[in-house]
Design a protein around this ligand. Structure first.
Ligand code: ADP
Ligand code: MG
Length: 802
């Protein structure tokens, strides 16, 4: 091999980069790909460069090009070329820079003009090569770096004498390097081997494919090496993962301590992230404000924020790390609760509501006219609601109850109370078909409770003159109860005297719609009372968070005499039997749902798969009438299919999960779910709630090919309790997966878990205390808190960060 001069090597590399770009970035220019080429030539280039540049090149991500999407390759090439020119251009060596740690210890608050908002491009060490990678990780400013937490730590605290190493373990040693050699062991594969020793013994250490080690690790120097203890020809060896020079003052980054492991992305190495984040934490963590008033820190036994942030990255002990996590998790939950409690306080304190007072005798009379006796849970919820209505503060209450627990009748009585008090009521449903269904069932109930009251429905389908007349009548107060879709909260709709708004199936509506309905009743300072109903059984702690601005009533009991749905797991070999069963039920005059497996890629792909499933089932049931429902259909088409199913013109309704089959078809007795293992337990329970609404015994068949998942699915087989299933789901899958949480519009949690009930309670308690005394966060001791609050709630909920 001829020895090329460094400038020649640099020129050659730059030329290849440029040609690759010109020839369309197909990664075919050099044999074996560009990454392989760079892996060979960059180390050769590095050899002749100063140590700092060598270290930089050492951290070059060697598989990055192949993994870069073609569209981004031209930019990748340009950036790498620019970086190479900067790094490898011969120039006077910069003065040795002081170790960041020492610098930070010596001068705590940085004297330069860096603030938390400063972009990372202004920081030393963050060059063009790493900035795009940090940006992909959501890190753009100094604050982002400080709050860019590792997802775990490696415990490399124990420095083990060589004599005590045992085979197969991960260990850290502190050694002197004696000799070091580099070998090529295959095409593009290098090995650096070193003989190292401590007072207890001697060992061979090996680095694979890190040829630059041979230039940075010099014989005679002391190093901390971390890696796996292996055996070669009967002797122990260390295969090194991480290494760093031994620092007399104990400054450690990669070894000999608790070492952070950060989330990575293409184009950046773990060592680089560690080194850069560490320098920022050491220099600038002190810039972070302490938003929590001292009193709260004391009461909740929380450590201070700056040491907590430092410890999140480089903790001394696991206990310190746990304390840091607790502190920062508290912050997140506390800010979350502050926002929710504030919304609640605003709602309840800004205006007043007209008290709706109904004599108990009237309520008794109404309940006596019902064809059934209210359950204990229904009576309790009703009492809670009536007590709220009687106040001059607007009610903001969530009524939560499993499918079929009888929420409608509770809402109907509350609405009747509003009408009796001389006002109007409104009920919002998520779809047209559900609005019509509610119109029918509330109409029936109202004919028992208040026969003279007018109940009307307003949806997009009500058009022209008819619509105008209806709007006029609502405005004139002639319509007592208006049921409808989003149409109800549109601008043209005005009520004469809206006293109570009810929203059904809350998870389909966001906070904004809730607010819009509230404002429908506002005249001057007056607001309507508000009742939100949901059938999603959300565990209490989670409900208090997601609906922290609402009070909670729960229907935890089903009306008596309901036949429990029989749920069965169906293994692949019994699939035919399941189809046979569907056929038998249809022959008995019943109907069935088939839910297609969940495909998360896109609605389009899912629609395609559902259509394929539909065609397959048409061959299996040539004698039955099948209908298809998926998310790509127009609302009108969906409604037409649902109505045909309701009216018995369809025997088997094939549907994707995106289409919530939210309609009441008492004649449907079979719910067959394909690929059941792909669904959450709570979701399976929701599907199951679509049957068992009539007199006949109903069945839920869970088809699955996965023997592993069967254990989880057995829980659905064994219990009909939606809350128990939701708790189990939360435990197994975490709140991120939990139905509706992601679209909730709440600030993102990085450290805290929604399911941490103890900390959540603590945070809520403290938030309530603050809001009770200083709802606007105006007191001087709350200014930092207020800034933090605004940053997170006002600027941070846009959801465009990963
Ligand atoms: P959901 O809570 O799912 O909205 P619904 O209000 O639709 O439930 O009630 C489901 C069915 O149970 C309806 O047919 C309703 O008439 C009936 N129901 C409600 N309360 C009772 C009760 N206390 N006893 C018997 N049946 C009831
Ligand atoms: Mg309902």
């Amino acid at each position: 091999m001829t020895i090329a001069s460094p400038t020649d090597v640099l020129r050659q590399i730059l030329e290849i980069l440029e040609r690759e770009r010109r020839e369309g970035c197909r990664n075919r220019l050099v044999l074996g790909g560009l990454d392989r080429y760079l892996a060979v030539w960059l180390p050769r280039l590095a050899r002749s460069l100063p140590p700092r540049a060598q270290e930089d090149i050492a951290e070059f991500p060697f598989r990055a090009y192949a993994e870069t999407p073609p569209a981004e390759r031209p930019q990748w090439l340009t950036e790498v070329a620019a970086w190479l020119r900067e790094t490898a251009q011969p120039r006077a060596a910069p003065p040795p820079r002081p170790r960041a740690a020492r610098a930070a210890r010596a001068m705590p608050p940085p004297s330069d003009s860096i603030t938390l908002e400063t972009p990372i491009s202004a920081l030393r060490g963050f060059d063009r090569r790493v900035i795009p990678a940090f940006r992909r990780l959501g890190v753009e400013t100094v604050r982002d770096v400080l709050l860019f937490f590792p997802h775990r730590h490696l415990d490399r605290r124990a420095v083990v004498p060589i004599r005590d190493l045992s085979l197969g373990t991960d260990a850290t040693i502190l050694v002197t390097i004696w000799e070091l050699a580099e070998r090529v062991i295959g095409p593009g594969r290098q090995l650096v081997e070193a003989t190292v020793s401590d007072a207890s013994g001697t060992l061979r250490a090996r680095w694979f494919n890190q040829p630059w080690v041979a230039r940075t690790v010099r014989p005679g120097s002391r190093w901390l090496l971390s890696g796996r203890v292996e055996s070669f020809k009967g002797r122990l060896e260390l295969t090194v993962d991480d290494y760093e020079p031994f620092d007399e003052e104990g400054d450690r980054t990669h070894a000999g301590r608790l070492v952070p492991v950060y989330p990575l992305t293409e184009g950046i190495a773990q060592r680089t992230v560690r080194r850069l984040v560490k320098s920022v934490v050491e220099r600038y963590a002190a810039l972070l404000p302490e938003p929590l008033p001292a009193e709260i820190r004391r009461q909740a036994r929380l450590m201070d924020r700056i040491p907590a942030v430092r410890a999140m990255h480089y903790p001394e002990t696991p206990t310190e790390l746990a304390d840091a996590k607790r502190r920062l998790a508290f912050d997140e939950l506390f800010i979350l609760q502050l926002g929710l409690q504030r919304a609640k306080a605003e709602w309840q304190q800004a205006g007043y509501a007209e008290p709706i007072i109904v004599p108990p005798a009237q309520i008794d009379q109404w309940t006596n006219r019902l064809p059934f006796t209210l359950t204990t849970a229904q009576r309790r919820a009703l009492q809670e609601i009536l007590a709220d209505l009687a106040r001059d503060r607007p009610m903001a209450r969530l009524l939560q109850g499993d499918v079929g627990s009888g929420k409608t009748v509770v809402a109907a009585i509350a609405l009747a109370a509003a009408v009796t008090a001389g006002g109007q009521g409104a009920l919002l449903a998520p779809t047209e078909i559900l609005a019509n269904q509610h119109r029918a069932s509330l109409g029936r109930l109202f004919s028992l409770l208040l026969p003279q009251a007018r109940v009307e429905v307003l949806t997009g389908a009500v058009q022209g003159k008819k619509r105008q007349r209806l709007l006029d009548d609502v405005a004139a107060g002639e319509v007592a109860l208006l049921v409808g879709t989003h149409a109800v909260i549109q601008e043209q709709v005005t009520f004469k005297r809206l006293l109570l708004g009810v929203i059904d199936e809350q998870h389909r509506f966001g906070v904004a719609q809730r607010a819009a309905l509230r404002h429908k009743g506002v005249s001057g300072q007056r607001h309507p009372h508000m009742l939100v109903m949901t059938a999603t059984p959300i565990p209490r702690t989670l409900a208090l968070t997601l609906y922290g601005d609402l009070d909670l009533s729960v229907l935890d009991e089903l009306p008596p005499g309901r036949q429990p749905i029989r749920t069965r797991l169906v293994p692949p070999e019994k699939r035919e039997r399941a189809y046979q069963f569907v056929r038998e039920q249809v022959r008995l005059g019943r109907q069935a749902y088939v839910i297609c497996p969940l495909i998360e890629e896109s609605e389009k792909i899912e629609a395609k798969a559902a259509t394929a499933e539909f065609d397959r089932l048409r061959h299996i049931f040539p004698d039955l009438r099948l209908g298809l429902l998926h998310g790509r259909m127009k609302p009108k088409e969906k409604d037409a299919v649902m109505i045909a199913f309701r009216d018995g013109a369809i025997d088997v309704l094939v549907s994707t999960a995106v289409v919530e089959v939210g309609i009441d078809v008492p004649n449907a007795t079979v719910m067959l779910i394909e690929g059941a293992e792909r669904f959450g337990l709570a979701q399976l329970h929701q599907f199951r709630g679509r049957v068992g609404r009539g007199q006949d015994q109903s069945y839920c068949l869970l088809l699955t090919d996965s023997a592993q998942e069967s254990e989880r699915l057995r829980i659905v087989e064994q219990t009909n309790d939606g809350f128990a299933l939701a708790e189990e789901d939360l435990r197994l899958r975490g709140p991120g997966e939990f139905f509706g949480v992601r679209q909730s519009g709440l600030p993102e949690l990085k450290v805290a878990r929604l399911s941490d009930a103890e900390l959540m309670d603590l945070a809520r308690e403290q938030a309530e205390r603050i809001i009770a005394t200083d709802p606007g966060l105006e007191a001087p001791q709350h200014q930092l808190l207020r800034a933090e609050f605004q940053r997170i709630w006002i600027e941070g909920t846009s959801g465009d960060r990963s």
